[in-house]
Design a protein around this ligand. Sequence first.
Ligand code: OAD
Length: 234
Amino acid sequence: MGNIRNIVVLTGAGISAESGIQTFRASDGLWEDHRIEDVATPEAYQRDPDMVHRFYDARRAAVQTKSPNAAHEALAYLEGAWPGEFLLVTQNVDDLHERAGSKQLIHMHGELAQAWCTLCDQRHPWATPLIDYPPCPSCASPYSLRPDIVWFGEMPYRMDEIYDALARCDLFVSIGTSGNVYPAAGFVREARSHGARTLELNMEPSEGSAWFTESRQGPATQLVPQWVHQILGF
Ligand code: OAD
């Protein structure tokens, strides 16, 4: 892997699967008979906020009982050891990357561990349920805190920074994502259009597998540490 200076890594639910967090499109893809697309929308929240809160409260509580795995840890290690630019973009709303030690990290789909006040626009670290409609710690308004999650139809966070990094990177690596959800699914083509090499590490070929220079199949806890050793020249 010669001539690589800047790296962008994109992760999805597959990197947290071996920590015991269910992926989105595994098995029947349903939650209490709802499709994920029906829970994760502003319309669903308007129609039935209790249901949406129950879904995210359950996921927030579940994540708190899980730990980062060897793949999260390998990426944090790489960031610390890499002499060039390194950016980790995750679609995941869990906090396993930061708990593993990653610093240059963008949660493009938001964070379970954060609540957003739709009235005063403040964001707050959040570890407890939202279904009881606690008041916003900043403006004291009840009923205004929602999970700080980007729902279908909403704009992912910090896209300008992500596209800047994709334009500058020499290597784009996609890990544990099915390639079903845009704009993340389009990052491989964006990076390629600027001349980057592209590598996919996933349990199975993703929707966009053909766009990658190289695609490796297997569990993230094996493939990611292997790749990190390889790129650091161990
Ligand atoms: P998906 O559930 O769609 O895809 C997970 C991918 O990880 C699949 O391709 C699996 O084959 C792969 N996989 C599973 N276990 C793995 C393992 N141990 N090692 C490596 N790969 C493994 O999840 P995402 O692509 O992340 O959006 O889904 C994208 C977005 O859709 C999510 O961020 C979420 C969802 O709706 C929002 O919440 C806004």
